[in-house]
Ligand binder design. Sequence first.
Ligand SMILES: [Zn+2]
Length: 400
Amino acid sequence: MATAAIVERSGKVVIRRVGLMLSGDIDRPILDADTIVIDDGVITAVGREKDCDTGDAKCVIDCQGTAVAPGLIDSHTHPVFGDWTPRQNQLGWIESCMHGGVTTMISAGEVHLPGRPKDIIGVKALAITAQRAFDGMRAAGVGGGVRVLAGAPVIEKGMVEQDFIDLAAAGVRLLGEIGLGSVKAGDEAAQMVGWARRHGIQSTIHTGGPSIPGSGLIDEHVVLEADADVIGHVNGGHTSLSYKSVCTLCEKSSRALEIVHNGNERIAILTARHAMELKCPHRVILGTDAPAGSGVQPLGMLRLIALIASMADIPAEIVFGFATGNISRMRALPQGLIEVGRPADFVFMDKAQHSAGTDLLDSMRLGDIPGVGMVMIDGIVRCQRSRNTPPAVEVPVIAH
Ligand SMILES: [Zn+2]
């Protein structure tokens, strides 16, 4: 499979004077470290500055005591082509989300493409084209450098195992939301999910009421029978199943529980709490389901993290893990954790100016979103003080 080359390479980068290092790993959310060393976009050391080889760096970032977390991964998006969405006819939405700390987006289907093909050859052709186009978009300098993992076909009646073999061989790794195409029955979906899984393609299912006129209800019985890898927007997109039905999904399935910004906020909070009570917080992953009827939300991931941290009473450092390390593990991605060997994708934050909180984590406990001071992807600075968040108290500076 052809992979577009990333033209720009970071060389050696040193990030120093980190005040708070969030690992992305909910089992060890805060690292005893103030320094990260990067070589050509990959983390080579994490620790105390005196223990790291920081010499001869091409670029040194002085964090001035601000926090660093893995770049946020939006588990549920609907890109179409380039940095344009026809859903709200908006340009530049991906780059705008990067200013909200997002460094990776995962497509749940390119379903908003006007005239989207629904015949099987057309479905396959679109998925392969989208996979290629988004893979090449970063090298083309579009979308702020965000990694967009796309090419997620929406399964249709009549597909056979050979179609999944063809898609996998062409580099397709995701299915779009099951239920948005003609396959809506649990048994039919289960067969195709099995084929997809056998050939290394991950699946997601729409959960809840119809999203727009023309789509339909997917209830807990269908979700359990289909057994997709990700229970997509378990809190509805927009309309949720009852809390009792969502509890059934939490208790009877072991698959990822995806909570989205564009869903039911009450159920988002209750689901996160229930997952903690059931001692399965590793299954909780976050996304936006944007673009949607309620628009594009560049700060959707940060808003969702602040909502869950403050209203579900889960420490913010754990909720950051729902949006990073949990997604890394549930979706087998290299990014999402601050660890040697992982991609150098980071969001640098501090509490927003005039937040009532004492520091970043406390401000989020009180429901405030943070200020983003810098975003890095592949070890390359993609933006400094965010144009979208409230201003951070302190921001990192590029020392040289
Ligand atoms: Zn959906």
